[in-house]
Write a protein that binds this ligand. Sequence first.
Ligand SMILES: *[C@@H]1O[C@H](CO)[C@@H](O)[C@H](O)[C@H]1NC(C)=O
Ligand SMILES: *[C@@H]1O[C@H](CO)[C@@H](O)[C@H](O)[C@H]1NC(C)=O
Ligand SMILES: *[C@@H]1O[C@H](CO)[C@@H](O)[C@H](O)[C@H]1NC(C)=O
Length: 280
Amino acid sequence: MRLPALASFVALTTAAPAPVPSLTPTDPAPGTPVQLKEASVSDVAYLGFATLNGGTTGGYGGNVTIVSTLSEFTAVVGERNTQPAIVVVNGTIVGDAKVRIGSNKTIIGLPGSGFVGIGLYFKNQRNLILRNIVSSFVEAKNGDVLGIDGSTNVWVDHCEFYSSLAADKDVHDGLVDSTHGADFITISHTYFHDHWKGSLVGHNDRNAAEDQGKLRITYANNHWKNVNSRGPLIRFGTGHVYNSMATAINTRMSAQVLVQNNVFRGVRVPVTSRDSSQVG
Ligand SMILES: *[C@@H]1O[C@H](CO)[C@@H](O)[C@H](O)[C@H]1NC(C)=O
Ligand SMILES: *[C@@H]1O[C@H](CO)[C@@H](O)[C@H](O)[C@H]1NC(C)=O
Ligand SMILES: *[C@@H]1O[C@H](CO)[C@@H](O)[C@H](O)[C@H]1NC(C)=O
């Protein structure tokens, strides 16, 4: 009776030796910054709505091209090229243009790099990552700083977008605007500042046919400062706005927005539903 019991015990311990608990604490002291991972050009979206619908991988697996002029940039991101490509922006590219970007791109800036005066436009495409880009002073004729028009799976991360409140309200349009049934978007760790019309989701109260049930968008860990309106403004869509230094959220016309863990400073009405015939 006792021998078989012992034999099976030995067999069990041989197959799976018990781990020896370490007696030395390895956790850093509370408050010590811990770097979990360095950013890399092949990162893919890991938070929010951009992780759904097959995920947002941008140019993952594609060639890496470093660009520092507008023509080098347009040559690799153009709509005709939907092959995955990783485009590294080196320096500030200044211009007066609206650049249409094709599917499957990661556009990532070296520290401090980005665009001045150049609107990025992502129309009816899929799978774009825009990271570490500083972009400013895009005139309205060149669209928004980033226009996401009818496109799905977009991740904007660690960017900085701005213009100036000294300009007339209509000189510049939006910083990041999502329209025409755009869907599965995450905007994270981004600094929106000094601008009139911050970030719009859904452009028109009469556009239910295209927008209802779409425009799913996450705004996470962002910082808004001196943005006059649209921080963000959402029609029809489903929004999640969290962990942000926020301006004012207008959830209007049939939108639903979950607002969590934000700090509103110097804002009279942080969350509202106004200017539409239906509340959000
Ligand atoms: C990557 O670059 C190589 C060499 O220029 C080229 O042959 C290949 O087609 C490129 N791949 C993609 C996905 O663009
Ligand atoms: C995006 O890339 C995927 C994977 O390479 C490819 O199957 C798809 O056709 C590309 N999208 C477009 C619109 O070309
Ligand atoms: C970026 O551009 C600068 C100035 O032209 C150059 O010195 C540097 O090597 C470039 N960096 C990369 C990674 O290409």
